[in-house]
Design a protein around this ligand. Sequence first.
Ligand code: FAD
Length: 407
Amino acid sequence: MSDTQHCDVVIAGGGMVGASLACALAAFCRVAVVESFPMQPGGGGAPVYRPSFDARSTALSLSSVAFLRSIGLWDTVARHAEPILHIHVSDQGRFGSTRMDAAEEGLAALGYIVENHWLGSVLHGALRDRPNLQLIAPASVASVRAADGGAIATVRAGEDTFDIRAGIAVIADGARSKLAAQLGIGTEERNYGQVAVIANIAHATPHGGRAFERFCDAGPLAMLPLTRAEDGRSRSALVWVKEADEAAEILALDERAFLRRLQPAFGYRLGRLLAAGNRGSYPLSLVQSAEQVRAGIVVLGNAAHTLHPVAGQGFNLSLRDVAALVEVLRDAHAAGTPPGSLRVLEGYAQSRLADHARTIGFSDLLPRIFGSGLLPVAAARGMGLVSLELLPAARSLLVRKATGIGL
Ligand SMILES: Cc1cc2nc3c(=O)[nH]c(=O)nc-3n(C[C@H](O)[C@H](O)[C@H](O)COP(=O)(O)OP(=O)(O)OC[C@H]3O[C@@H](n4cnc5c(N)ncnc54)[C@H](O)[C@@H]3O)c2cc1C
């Protein structure tokens, strides 16, 4: 057992959310991030872009772009981010579709698609480079507990076990958080019985900044515009939501058979689908932590709420949580108030309630409405899309949801 270390904030989990929080907090306090995966060896250095054909991507809302800009990382992320200029929403085999257009909304883009490994590489580069920030990896937080108005995280790094004493501990260890469960923090869970099949797809017609969201009876299918592949081909990121047994079946298909299945489901708006990268799969459920804060402790990111990816909101919602938490902690720091005081942290949790209710409700509703093949529901949703096309105000509201503006 080594000596106890000290810092202002200790973060358990250096995933996309923990790393984003650490970069923002390091502007005004001392932060330790503990991450169980080994990070790239060596300190400093520019982030590395590997335009892999197989990577998972994230749709960043404009609110996330503003946050990344505020921590000085957007210009680097933007080097390999593709702007979404139009969103086309349609219902397979039914009347009704709607389009959202950046120019019509007076925006340069409705959002951006970025590959996770590039976003991760930029964030992890910042974790290594910023003063005030200590990255401890590979190492895992074995437990977190409140103590003396703050918190203690017990860390295991190889043979070594040591404590980090901090004003506040943030649990950002991902979905079904073991650290939150250890504290007796329960979860509410809705299993959708669906799986998201993801792959990067090369296609004959350039996407021109178009993102497609297509609602099929078996679940939604999204094709999101990516930067061009190394060989110059136009490509999009597929998220195809399927019932669990059908997902297993299409995951087992060879590439040609997979494309033959995908082409009629998606249609020809991107021309012929030419190639598919490695496929990945993610079982889908909505998991919400019963508590977001306790004295000395905050639960954040997927550990706080894991959403259905259909509306592309999980990371975006978490970044809005991060931005709000940073503001509250900055104020507490300036006022000399203990950051882990329950009053401070409850203020943060209260400020997030309305956005959580709206965003989680929206993400939960879409798969339930659009996953339904029942005729009246199907007809109603077709009507919904038609009226959305006719009602610019309602469409602008949907745009605000998609972009995160005004949330
Ligand atoms: C198919 C799919 C598509 C998606 N698309 C979008 C999208 O377009 N837009 C969007 O906003 N969101 C999207 N999301 C959601 C988004 O991916 C998540 O919100 C985000 O990854 C959550 O990040 P996180 O850091 O909370 O969790 P994670 O990424 O799971 O990170 C947790 C980290 O904690 C580490 N860890 C775990 N236990 C410990 C421990 N004990 N000690 C130390 N470290 C530990 C892990 O190694 C990991 O690095 C999508 C999700 C899926 C499944």
